[in-house]
Design a protein around this ligand. Structure first.
Ligand code: G3P
Length: 219
């Protein structure tokens, strides 16, 4: 299971990359907009920090030809850029063409097994089911991840399932157990998932007992 950070905040990315467990980053227009700086500068910085690990950057154009051209431009920003394209029917041909040309694609806004399988058939590297947004409409986002896992295994697709729209530590746990290849985690959840009150309490207790020995050096 790989962990990506779902943010465009360079400071936060630097902080968590130093833990050694970050395998990539995903951004989207909303996340880049929050940074208040030119997106290309931010993307270049993130790609450098990630040194070779994948960084998803979403297209913002709508017209099919414009999406193709923009995807090529985004892909040329750095060698570890993955182009995020919504799995909308209008972009199927563009996705297929880009994938054939060797552009790594993250098909985003996946809400059904059928959409996921279609994207696999077009040759994308990643599919992103949006767990939280499915939960938002009173359905079960995690079921989609489980179903996609079964479907991709059944038909032997190599496309990776990137669980997105993660809203809680529980979502992270369930994504792991559902067989997602990757979970992209917002920083606030990432921070939480690294801690457990019993770990901290246990360390304090061991430390307290150890001090009772009152020795200078060990071993
Ligand atoms: O990775 C996609 C993610 O950023 C969307 O999350 O919480 O806006 O549904 P959310």
């Amino acid at each position: 299971m790989k962990f990506f950070l779902d943010t465009a905040d360079v400071i936060v990315i630097e902080k968590f990359v130093s833990t050694g467990i970050v395998d990539g980053v995903t951004t989207n227009p909303s996340l880049l907009c929050k940074q208040g700086k030119p997106p290309v500068i931010i993307i270049k910085k993130i790609c450098a920090i990630l040194s070779g690990k994948p960084v998803s950057v979403q297209v913002t154009e709508h017209d099919v030809d414009a999406v193709y051209k923009q995807a090529k431009k985004i892909a040329s920003i750095a060698e570890n850029v993955v182009v995020k394209i919504p799995c909308d029917i209008r972009y199927y041909n563009v996705i297929k063409k880009l994938a054939k040309e060797g552009v790594k694609i993250n098909a985003t806004l996946v809400f059904s097994v059928a959409q996921g399988i279609c994207m696999c058939k077009l040759g994308v590297a990643y599919i992103s089911p949006f767990i939280g947004r499915i939960d938002d409409i009173a359905e079960c986002g995690m079921e989609l991840v489980e179903d996609l896992r079964r479907a991709l295994d059944l038909y032997k697709f190599k496309t990776e399932i990137l669980a997105a729209s993660i809203r809680s530590v529980d979502h992270v746990k369930e994504s792991i157990l559902a067989g997602a290849d990757i979970g992209t985690v917002p920083p606030s959840i990432f921070e939480k998932m690294l801690h457990h009150p019993l770990t901290e309490e246990g360390m304090k207790r061991f430390n307290k007992d150890w001090k009772k020995l009152n020795i200078d050096m060990f071993p």
